[in-house]
Each structure stands twice: as C-alpha cells, then as structure tokens.
Design a protein around this ligand. Structure first.
Ligand SMILES: [Fe+2]
Length: 281
C-alpha cells in the first residue's frame, strides 16, 4: 500500500498537470457536439492504478451486483470500505475539493458535487463477450436529489489492447432507432486512461463495443465517478442569513494579518469565502 500522504499528493500533482491543458479539448467537443468530453492518459501513478485493479479482482464477492438490460451485462461494486486504495482514491482524490476545483475550471460548470454514496458508480466489469447497448444515462440521483452532470471512468485493466474492444462509443443518435446515426468518437479502455463525459438532457447516446479480450484476461475493468449539480434555489420562506447572535457586534479577521491581503469576502448568504488578495497596481 502506498503511504497515505505521499501517494495522495503524488496523485494530485499528476492529475493537476494532466488537466491543465484539457480545457480546450472540453470546449472544442462541447462546441462541436453539444456535450463536452476529454480523455486523459496516465491519470494516476501506475502503482496506484494497478492496486485499484488488484482490489477490483479481489473485492468481496457478496458486494457485487450484476446489471442486465437489452443485451447488456455489467458487474458493479460500490462498497469500498474494505478496499483501502479504492477508498482513498475516491474520497481523498476524486471527491476532494481540490479535484472538484480542477473539474470546474476545466468544464466551466459551477457547483459540481460528488456522490459519497456512489449510486451506480464504483467498480464495473464487462466480461469477455459482453456489450453495453446504446443508451443515455440516468439523470437524477434520488439519494442526493440532484441532477447528474458528469460521468467519469478510469480504466484499470493492465495492458489492455485496443483490439480487445470494450470501447466507449459516442453517437449522434441511437443507432437502434435511427440507422443513419453516426459514431462521433470511439475510445479504447486503455490502462490508466481517464475519460470525462458531460451528461445532457436525454444524451449523449453511447454504447460499449463487444469485449473480445483473451479468456485469461479478467475483463474490461473500470472505476466510475459521477458528479452532480444542484438547480435548487434557497427557500423564500427561509432566506440566507449569517450566523445570528443576540448582538450584531461583529469582527472577523485573520489571526495573523498579512500585508498582501485586503479583507475577507462574505457571500450573499453570509458565507465567508476567506480573504481576498490586495490588488497591486
Ligand atoms: Fe452509460
């Protein structure tokens, strides 16, 4: 097991450098197709990604469910409590404020939230000979009561070959309903490749091509994370206010004042966003 602090910092530094230049890719796909998406290779350090794969293979049998629908079949597992690497990657990295900040910067989407319950997320395996038929994803998480906005997958099967199938195929329509539907993009599930796709109303339609790996390969393994946005407004009967005391006397400042800081910024709901830097002319 990698050390909790060093490993996490190493991973954060790696994904930050990976995501800095992905903003243009996101904007280009969004402009051309109406939904943004990016592919990031070498997302985590290889050792961590390999540990994710080993934990996937050895995850307790009782925690797996199998999803079947319209010729599709996928095994799913989201109870990460006994899987130290998956748990730490999920809650220390993928659900962290630092990562959400990077996602928001890259996508321009404000107010992204993770799902700590991993509804429909976590590990997934597509075995040899299986597919996912064309579909669009569920849009509402009833546990969080939020709309789904981003779907991300990290592929974790080592040495995956592109001709073993299992590609994530994005369409401009449902090919089962419209024979003229065309493939926009097909992405191979290569080891340590991270893909982020935007969910839009009733789209995008996507499928997974048939997995045709050798019999001694475990399958197309991935770990998935979904991100949500709230469209809710505050309750008009209970509008935002600051913490309220019997006295309105108020002081809030840095314990150790620094010259380069100007003052603190308080939001409309009274929330304190901390200090703003002093503007230097
Ligand atoms: Fe999907």
């Amino acid at each position: 097991m990698i050390s909790p602090i060093d490993g996490t910092l190493q991973n954060i530094m790696q994904y930050e450098s990976n995501m800095i230049n992905k903003k243009l890719e996101w904007e280009k796909t969004k402009t051309e197709d109406g939904f943004g998406r990016v592919v990031i290779d070498n997302f985590l350090d290889e050792e961590t990604c390999m540990k994710l794969y080993e934990e996937c293979m050895n995850a307790p049998k009782g925690g797996w469910t199998v999803f079947t629908r319209a010729n599709s079949r996928m095994e799913e597992f989201n109870d990460l409590i006994s899987l130290p690497t998956a748990h730490r990657v999920t809650y220390d990295i993928m659900h962290s404020g630092e990562f959400l900040y990077q996602l928001e910067n890259m996508t321009g989407i404000v107010g992204l939230l993770p799902d700590p319950h991993l509804v429909g997320a976590g590990y997934s395996i597509l075995r040899n000979g299986t597919i996912l038929a064309p579909h669009y994803d569920f849009n509402w998480n009833d546990r969080l009561r939020l709309h789904r906005k981003l779907t991300s997958l990290l592929y974790i099967t080592p040495n995956w070959k592109s001709d073993w199938g299992g590609h994530n195929v994005v369409w401009d329509g449902n090919p089962e309903l419209n024979p003229n539907a065309k493939i926009i993009e097909s992405t191979a599930p290569l080891f340590n490749r991270f893909v982020i796709n935007e969910n839009i109303p009733k789209g995008p339609v996507h499928s997974v091509s048939e997995v045709t790996c050798p019999d001694d390969v475990y399958g197309r393994c991935a770990i998935r994370f979904f991100y949500y946005v709230s469209t809710s407004e505050y309750d008009k009967e209970n509008p935002p206010h600051r913490s309220t005391y019997s006295s309105n006397e108020y002081s809030h400042h840095k314990l150790h004042e620094e010259e380069e800081w100007n003052g603190h910024f308080v939001g409309n709901g009274g929330e304190d966003y901390g200090y703003t830097p002093k503007i230097v002319n």
